[in-house]
Design a protein. Structure first.
Length: 201
């Protein structure tokens, strides 16, 4: 008859695991919201201020909330404008190619450097204008405007590791009056409150 002590787990059956904690299972630090800003530059300047105060900024994150796509219309896109835009792009590309051929002597016999660059310029201009015109005509008038798209957040939260959140809040509360850093703003019910825990593992 075998005996077991209270601390003896006994024999381990095949297929069972009884492994203890491993370094890979260590708990990660949770982060809390210490401030919220209406623009990214304001949040960026706040982190820069923390850095100037010798705060460990490697423990800070800037998180954009309520992301949305924004497409800013820059103007009408007419046939003439599409052609000119294509010509400008083509001329720039042709100029660069002609310059490369001149610098590395990729032509044999060597053409006069000035003429080679000019040839690349006018050839790129003509080809670019044709492509710009054709591309615009293929839209069949369904997109007669130009625009620039991007992502925009409603506000930006400053997240800090929980262990140093209090220090970050104290430093941000001491922002000098009249500085170019916007004061953090909070709206109850619509934005996270300072010190709220937002993640743990």
């Amino acid at each position: 008859m075998s005996s077991q002590t209270p601390d003896d787990p006994g024999p381990v059956s095949p297929g069972s695991t009884n492994a203890g904690p491993t370094p890979g299972n260590a708990r990660t630090n949770s982060k809390v919201v210490v401030a919220s800003f209406d623009s990214y530059p304001a949040a960026e300047r706040a982190v820069d201020y923390l850095s100037d105060q010798k705060f460990p900024v490697e423990r800070v994150s800037i998180v954009g909330r309520d992301l949305k796509t924004v497409e800013q219309v820059t103007g009408r896109m007419t046939t003439l404008r599409a052609t000119l835009n294509g010509a400008a792009s083509g001329a720039l590309a042709g100029l660069l190619i002609g310059w490369l051929f001149t610098v590395f002597n990729w032509t044999d016999p060597v053409v006069a450097r000035g003429w080679l660059i000019l040839d690349g310029l006018w050839f790129g201009l003509v080809v670019g204008a044709m492509f710009g015109l054709i591309a615009h005509l293929l839209t069949r008038g369904l997109r007669d405007f130009s625009s620039v798209g991007g992502l925009q957040a409603d506000h930006y939260d400053l997240l800090v590791d929980e262990e140093v959140a209090g220090e970050a809040e104290r430093l941000l509360a001491r922002l000098p009056a009249g500085s170019d850093i916007d004061a953090p703003r909070f709206a109850r019910g619509t934005r996270p409150e300072p010190g709220r825990r937002v993640g743990s593992a």
